[in-house]
Design a protein around this ligand. Sequence first.
Ligand code: PBG
Length: 332
Amino acid sequence: MSWSGSAQFPVSRPRRLRRTQALRDLVAQTRLDVSDVVAPLFVREGVDSPQPIGSLPGVVQHSLASLRAEVRILADLGVKGVILFGVPAHKDDIGSGAFDPDGIVQVALRSLRDDLGDSMVLMADLCVDEYTSHGHCGILDGHGSVDNDATLDIYARAAVAQATAGAHVVAPSGMMDGQVGAIRSALDSAGHDQTSILAYSAKYASGLYGPFRDAVDVQIVGGGDRKGYQQDWRNAREALVEVEADVQQGADMVMVKPALAYLDVIAAVRSAVDVPVAAYHVSGEYSMIKAAAANGWIDHDAVAIEHLTAIKRAGADFILTYFARWFAESNG
Ligand code: PBG
């Protein structure tokens, strides 16, 4: 009998290690921990109570008070980070709510920093689409397209406003060329050299952001889209060009977004850089699970945990997900 076994009696028997739950847990190659998830949270100006979002079951537009209560609960559950999105009462051409020291996210950051100090990583999404009347992620030129360099000036002001208000991390998501460098130098000149940048480096022009746009009341003018600045989902190598540019400009962490349709990109980015890699499990990815589970078509908990684990397995160091609180409550 040979050591290499035979077709009838193979030496390798992978099923031996799958026999019991304890054996499977012992040899598991990927572990998802509560410190791997970051909760995206919406805060709306001028409301007294949380407002439900129809296409994001279980997620709300928070009032300032309900946001503070929610972040306290997340901290007690062991979640290490939140990322804030603002829904302003008024929008304008240049998205001034994004850099106004009294804009809703800046107000929220000051309160959360007072409440929690450094025990929770406070991140702020840095973009203007929630704040512009036309819904684009930048300032428009005379022809209705986004003016890259004029937008960088606005992003620089928003970064300084967020850092001054208490953000530990600013997260530029607008996909303007040069945004990380512009933000880094603005932060440094304003004395915020310790504020980190999480760059949404490889952000695709995805159909999966639909529910998010309900959450922040954004409609792009004239039925437009973001294909002129977000990445084409037919391209993977282009993501590495974006990531490399962002790291060179000073990104402390990089992100791939969305997550599940881009596991190949997450894996490629993970092997290309040594900085932490985040993945954003976006609104549509969450809502698809909620909707199918509500119909009884899939098992909510089983699919949610399988998806989040797969994103980690592909190489993400942490995951922005609307399942953060659920995960912390059920697996913390
Ligand atoms: C832009 C931004 C978007 C998301 C995060 N930041 C929307 C967009 O690019 O259209 C989407 C997140 C999600 O779908 O959960 N500020």
